[in-house]
Design a protein around this ligand. Structure first.
Ligand code: ADP
Length: 397
């Protein structure tokens, strides 16, 4: 049986069809520029990629297009009954959801109630759920929240030092994101390291978006993203942590609105803003190799910001058994890992240069034998977490 996972953005839809028994992705794709005359439609399956432009008026049409493709073109399913459940990736679960949930009217309402915590992402997430329910009324639907894994953070770690009543009233606190990735990687690390009691892990998820988490006994103790994904380490286009007074300063200096400045902090900053070249790590690496000083600075700043969080989490956990790299940059860039782990011997981290360079899609240890803290690379697999949660909630296992 297959699981369809859906991730609706404001004008895009990403999907994946996962074969649970074979434990593999059968097809994945993206429809973007939804609502424009020239929507871009990409499907990947069986090693092939199809790409075309077509009009896709709204998210409901987008889901329709995906189902038509799976049924008629790719023939990966023979009827909608072959889809055992639909998993919806929901960006913000607020304080209501500490685990995935089967969607009924009450759950949908709670998701809607969190809209002001993620005003750009929640409305398209809701449209995705409503469209899928309308098109597949007999298929169970499950919500998987980016925030859920981090709900175990103790209050002293997730609370902001705002006026307590104000913060409570508006639910302003650290939530954290990339939860399915942090959960997958910490589970895999637990298995690989023998799940000893008290296991302390620092997960370094660095891709376009980046976040770290401190995990003890499989539970998140702290994470670097906050109320929104803007906080934490430097990312592809986001600043990461910054003095909030910068916003007011830029409003005064540029005459831009708060919304405009926030958009710049989210979309035009980070590695893109520093390098002036790209948000793509590969382009920055190649710029730096050709001597571009701003690309070199971007890489130094990125590694330094991650290094500081590792130091903070070693302190928060009172030690660490392993530091684990994951996501696009964490998994694929030996240069990034080497820069982060350089001169960390005081904390007990010693990377093995040769193991760090070796390319593999498998989980692996890249620390030297004398390293007190293991350094690992574990490829993330959010699709697996989504599919497993759907299976568990639908089958009740
Ligand atoms: P997202 O947050 O969108 O899921 P990913 O986790 O896919 O992003 O990470 C994308 C980033 O990974 C890009 O900056 C890309 O350049 C980088 N990346 C992918 N492969 C490599 C590589 N071989 N070396 C360095 N960076 C890489």
């Amino acid at each position: 049986m297959s699981i369809l996972s859906i991730n609706c953005g404001s004008s895009s839809l990403k999907y994946q069809l996962y074969d649970w028994d074979a434990q593999k992705v059968l097809s994945s794709g993206l429809i973007d520029r939804i609502g424009f005359p020239d929507s871009n439609i990409v499907h990947k399956y069986s090693g092939q990629k199809t790409e075309r432009k077509d009009r896709c008026a709204d998210h409901r049409t987008a889901i329709h297009l995906v189902l038509d493709f799976l049924l008629q073109e790719a023939k990966l399913i023979h009827s909608l009954k072959d889809i055992e459940g639909v998993g919806h990736r929901i960006v913000h679960g607020g304080v209501n959801f500490s685990a995935s949930a089967r969607i009924d009217d009450a759950v949908l309402q709670e998701i809607k109630d969190n809209e002001d915590l993620a005003p750009l992402h929640t409305p398209p997430n809701v449209v995705g759920i409503e469209s899928a329910r309308a098109l597949m009324p007999d298929t169970p639907q499950v919500a998987i929240f980016d925030t859920a894994f981090h709900q175990t953070m103790p209050e002293y770690a997730h609370a902001y030092a705002l006026d307590y009543e104000l913060a409570k009233k508006y639910k302003i606190r650290r939530y954290g994101f990339h939860g399915s990735s942090h959960r997958y990687v910490s589970e895999r690390a637990g298995e690989l390291l023998g799940n000893k009691a008290g296991l302390k892990l620092i997960i370094v998820h660095v891709g376009n978006g980046s976040s770290l988490s401190a995990v003890q006994d499989g539970k998140c103790l702290d994470t670097s993203m906050g109320l929104t994904p803007l906080a934490g380490v430097i990312m592809g286009t986001r600043t990461g942590d910054i003095d909030p007074a910068v916003v007011q300063f830029l409003v005064r200096k540029t005459g831009g609105s708060v919304d405009e400045i926030m958009a710049r902090l989210n979309k035009e900053s980070g590695m893109l803003g520093i390098s002036g070249v790209s948000s793509d790590q590969r382009e920055i690496l190649s710029g730096a190799a050709q001597g571009d000083a701003r690309c070199q600075l971007a890489l130094q700043m990125q590694a330094y910001s991650v290094k500081k969080y590792i130091g903070a989490y070693v302190a928060a956990l009172n030690g660490a058994d392993a530091v684990i790299f994951t996501a696009g940059i964490g998994e694929n860039s030996p240069d990034f890992r080497a820069a982060v782990c350089a001169e960390m011997d005081y904390l007990g981290l010693a990377i093995d240069a040769e193991k760090n360079q070796a390319r593999s899609g498998e989980p692996r240890v890249i620390s030297a034998p004398q390293s007190r803290v293991k350094i690992m690379v574990i490829p993330t697999n959010e699709e697996f977490i989504i599919a497993r949660d759907v299976i568990e909630l639908v089958r009740g296992v």
